[in-house]
Write a protein that binds this ligand. Structure first.
Ligand SMILES: *Cc1c(COP(=O)(O)O)cnc(C)c1O
Length: 410
């Protein structure tokens, strides 16, 4: 067996340096638990950034994946397959949209939404060719393509990757006045996250989404909501927008759409918008493949059958309340919604990374975002006892007087 140390050295030697993972080498997962190559067991409070809402290796997803893999995996869209139509019908009916366009990664689905919104702007709204503007928010995260990082407000995401595509206008997140001021006759859409995950689990002011809905409608602007991380149960609703009774014109899904088994993403809208796409306008070799569609169909059924939204509605408040009770010299504030929390550390805490490393030694997997925030997003199948176990470990680290002691304590 190749040791953890060797595996880490191979990855560092042969892999590109675009990530800095925690030094734990995982080999198996089940529900909310993962195991490293030395057999150590960890409680996971990240869920691959919400891609594993259904938990690691959900038995129903493994069964469908194996069955479909032995049957038919890829046809390309040159031909039809018997899974795509069912996936399309079931997803649209579940979320109340008329049309869906399937892709693979989240970034591709965001690109799809951008193309859809712009083409709608030209063909339906009548914006002069090449003039369409999309409003986006500071602190956004919509993926890593060159177009998308071009409108990021995070300097590192952009540095060295220009020139960037024009046509995006950046405004402060949660600021309705700034949104209204940014709108021109050429504005075609507002692209927004209902809660910024990568941005540090930033919750916008109450009523923000509902107000953007009205402003968009009044100005003939499409409301395009990126629910890739916030959707599919994470906040206690199938879509985070539902908390404010908002129905966007376009929604973007990814991550948990196939339960972490396979990359499946999608952009949804009604026919009045989606029908701007004509044959040849857009596509993907793997988008809508029968393997991804079969797994995604089952992943959606698991969310419904196991009432993961109901579980989150019940357990999410508890997690946030208990986190706020932890006595700590390092914590500035705790924010979040549902089973999704950001523990914001004080300046003097010296960064979130060392807390994540200390938690790893105690058997809890979490990851920092933006240097000073510890992000928590456990699989939604987690039990209250497992949440309590995670809270105990968090309290041990956040409550420690000297962090070095936490490592030594184990
Ligand atoms: C993860 C994420 C993306 C990008 O998804 P990829 O599958 O990594 O391309 C886009 N938007 C949001 C809100 C995300 O959390």
């Amino acid at each position: 067996m190749v040791s953890a140390k060797e595996l880490i050295s191979y990855e560092d030697r042969w892999g590109a340096r675009n990530y800095k993972p925690l030094d734990v080498v995982l080999t198996r997962g089940e529900g909310v638990w993962v195991y490293d190559v030395d057999g150590e067991k960890y409680l996971d409070f990240l869920a691959a950034y919400s891609a594993l809402n259904q938990g690691y290796c959900h038995p129903r997803l493994v069964a469908v994946m194996q069955k479909q893999a032995a049957r038919l995996t890829l046809t390309s869209r040159a031909f039809r397959n018997d899974q795509l139509p069912l996936f399309e019908k079931e997803l649209c009916e579940l979320l109340g949209y008329e049309k869906v366009l399937p892709m693979n990664s989240g970034a591709e689905a965001v690109e799809t939404a951008i193309k859809m919104t712009r083409k709608w702007g030209y063909k339906v709204k009548g914006v002069p060719d090449g003039e369409a503007e999309i409003v986006v928010c500071e602190g956004n995260f919509h993926g890593r393509t060159t177009t998308i990082v071009g409108f990021s407000s995070e300097p590192q995401y952009r540095d060295g990757f220009g020139p960037f595509a024009p046509g995006f206008k950046l405004i402060p997140y949660g600021d309705l006045g700034a949104f209204e001021a940014a709108i021109t006759p050429n504005t075609v859409g507002l692209l927004v996250e209902p809660l910024q995950g990568e941005g540090g689990v930033v919750v916008p002011p109450e009523g923000y989404l509902a107000a953007t809905r009205e402003i968009c409608a009044a100005n003939g602007v499409l409301l395009v909501v990126d629910e890739i991380q916030s959707g599919l149960g994470r906040t206690g609703k199938m879509l985070c927008c539902e908390h404010e009774g908002v129905r966007p014109d376009v929604i973007v899904l990814g991550k948990a759409l196939a339960g972490g088994m396979y990359p499946v993403s999608a952009a949804l809208s009604d026919a009045a918008v989606m029908d701007v796409f004509e044959p040849g306008d857009h596509g993907s070799t793997f988008g809508g493949n029968p393997l991804g569609c079969a797994v995604a169909r089952e992943a959606l059924k698991v969310i419904v059958d196991e009432d993961l939204c109901g579980r989150v509605a019940e357990l999410g408040g508890y997690l946030l309340d208990e986190l706020r009770k932890i006595k700590s010299n390092y914590v500035d504030t705790v924010r979040g919604k549902g089973l999704w929390a950001g523990i914001v550390l004080k300046e003097e805490a010296g960064g979130a990374r060392r807390f994540c490393e200390a938690l790893l030694r105690l058997g809890l997997l979490v990851k920092e975002t933006h240097d000073t925030v510890i992000r928590l997003a456990p699989p939604l199948v987690i039990t209250k006892d497992e949440i309590d176990l995670g809270l105990e470990r968090l309290a041990a680290v956040l409550g420690a007087d000297v962090l070095e002691e936490v490592g030594a304590a184990k």
